[in-house]
Write a protein that binds this ligand. Structure first.
Ligand code: CUA
Length: 229
């Protein structure tokens, strides 16, 4: 999760988020190079007299400064498209989680396993224990197995919400009347925090998401305990 003064991206906990960070760094590098070049040219303009006895036209330089930016843009566009299609790929998921946005909480359904379903509310500040994170912890966490492909289906019951987990590189809108799909792979155990990121009303800030990533045998144990009750 994000802590104080962490202004950059969170550490990745999934292969797709790792790729997103690589692409961010790549685009930022190009951005810095362009900024330095343009900054240098603008600074050098102070020392230019704007007078040249022989200058009538500059076909060659016009060609260069038209084509060069186009080529530079390709170096951003092609990796961007690669990532876009990579994020959309579904790789034989072993678990499907259904997540429904409500004003203002999430409810979850494990349709593969006798339809386990529960609501997940934020823990209010006055009920928080010392080890809880304010505005971030919930009463019922989403339990998911690590090292498995997980499909998530997102929808909403009232207005548009967005199921967003930064560390996993997941952000899917939940829209009433539509079912959106994405998938991810968690590569370590732990807690992963997220928040709704569509402005969905007065308590928009108070519908966080907590994923508890556990080893597969723990997940099976959790599933079978909940199926019997
Ligand atoms: Cu739900 Cu913002």
């Amino acid at each position: 999760m994000s802590t104080w003064a962490n202004l950059g991206l969170q550490d990745s906990a999934s292969p797709l988020m790792e790729q997103l960070i690589f692409f961010h760094d790549h685009a930022l590098l190009i951005l810095v190079m362009i900024t330095v070049l343009v900054g240098y040219l603008m600074f050098m303009l102070f020392f230019n007299s704007y007078i040249n006895r022989f200058l009538l036209h500059g076909q060659l330089i016009e060609m260069i400064w038209t084509i060069l930016p186009a080529i530079i843009l390709l170096f951003i566009a092609l990796p961007s498209l690669r990532l876009l299609y990579l994020l959309d790929e579904i790789n034989e998921p072993s678990v499907t989680l259904k997540s429904i946005g409500h004003q203002w909480y999430w409810s979850y359904e494990y349709s593969d396993f006798n339809n386990i379903e529960f609501d997940s509310y934020m823990i209010p500040t006055n009920e928080l224990t010392n080890d809880g994170f304010r505005l971030l912890d919930v009463d019922n966490r989403v339990i998911l197995p690590m090292n498995s492909q997980i499909r998530i289906l997102v929808t909403a019951a009232d207005v548009i919400h967005s199921w967003t987990i930064p560390a996993l590189g997941v952000k899917v809108d939940g829209t009433p009347g539509r079912l959106n799909q994405t998938n991810f792979f968690i590569n370590r155990p732990g807690l992963f925090y997220g928040q709704c990121s569509e402005i969905c009303g007065a308590n928009h800030s108070f519908m966080p998401i907590v994923i508890e990533s556990v080893p597969v045998n723990y997940f099976i144990k959790w599933i079978s305990n909940n199926m019997n009750s």
